[in-house]
Design a protein around this ligand. Structure first.
Ligand code: TA6
Length: 296
């Protein structure tokens, strides 16, 4: 192992990779290629991880960090895939393999994790695939999720880097970058929220929106920590903004009743009308780049 990269037995006995270089530190669980933590040197933790999250070879996915939602998004599509049982696909509940590691510089370390079809995955979703997540840790966190169709027939995927961000207080927060965009409201309220989006997103109730035609930057303004969390992306035209608020938090056993105050999800997606069709031999890469800026 390189000096900056350590393999450890982590929470729940699951294998983790811990990265520490001059610019940042990060922790990644091989179960699901799940980034658990990212902290630039001198900064507060960027990712939210529930104190009640499970860490298990089987059972619920890790709650927080960056879940890899693939090859579907949302509830299991049981009509189409009768053996599908888990929301947000199966990739986040399979053990990935570390296939590449590189100390690019004292300020940046890169690891690549890989997953491929197994008899278990084929029984759920009958397609041969290669999946790779390249994780680059430095002053920014760069995640690139590449899907390769190694089958003989086309397949379509929906996917998301479902990132949970750590914030000071949900009541002192704005999310920008979505002004004027239409959204699918999965948590409609009375009266319904203005749609298309008008100005900044402020969270005052359960919020679960798929923003359509969002291809650019999103910015989380955290007024408590006096910082902005910036999400840039490529090959994505949909984003989800989610906070479970009170009632849904109480319904999630792996999420504290009050933890909604300390998190917001801004998810980098190919979902809804932005799903991806891959013919044999074709690949697609979804990229998110996360950085911290200060609003002094
Ligand atoms: O991305 C938002 C969402 O689809 C919400 O509806 C909520 O279900 C969240 O994902 C978490 O889903 P999970 O399957 O991880 O509990």
């Amino acid at each position: 192992m390189n000096d900056c990269i350590q393999r450890v037995t982590g929470r729940g006995g699951l294998p983790e990779i811990h990265i520490h270089n001059d610019a940042a530190s990060a922790e990644i669980c091989l179960m699901g290629a799940h980034v658990l933590s990212y902290c630039p040197t001198g900064e507060k933790e960027v990712l939210f991880l529930s104190e009640k999250s499970a860490f298990a070879q089987t059972g619920p996915a890790i709650r927080g960090g960056v879940p890899v939602c693939w090859p579907w998004f949302g509830p299991a599509p049981r009509e189409e895939l009768p053996n599908a049982t888990t929301s947000h696909g199966f990739a986040r509940q399979m053990m990935w393999e570390l296939v590449e590691q590189r100390e690019v510089s004292p300020m940046r370390t890169e690891v690549t994790l890989a997953l491929h079809d197994t008899p278990e995955s084929l029984a759920i979703w009958p397609h041969r695939f290669e999946l790779r997540l390249a994780i680059s840790v430095g002053a920014t966190l760069e995640l690139s999720l590449t899907t390769i169709n190694v089958d003989e027939t086309p397949f379509a995927i929906a996917q998301a880097l479902h990132t949970y961000f750590s914030i000071g207080d949900v009541n002192s927060l704005e999310v920008n970058g979505f002004d004027g965009l239409k959204f699918i409201d999965k948590a409609p309220a009375e009266p319904p929220a203005a749609n298309p989006q008008v100005g900044s997103i402020r969270i005052t109730e359960e919020t679960d929106r798929i923003y359509l035609g969002h291809a650019g930057r999103a910015v989380i303004c955290d007024f408590v920590h006096e910082r902005q969390l910036v999400i840039d992306k490529s090959n994505s035209h949909t984003s989800v903004v989610w906070n479970p608020w009170v009632a849904k938090s109480q319904r999630m056993p792996d999420f504290g009743d009050e933890e909604f105050h300390k998190m917001v999800c801004v998810e980098t997606c190919n979902v809804a009308n932005d799903a991806v069709m891959l013919v044999p031999g074709m690949s697609h890469t979804l990229t998110a780049v996360i950085s911290v800026q200060h609003c002094r």
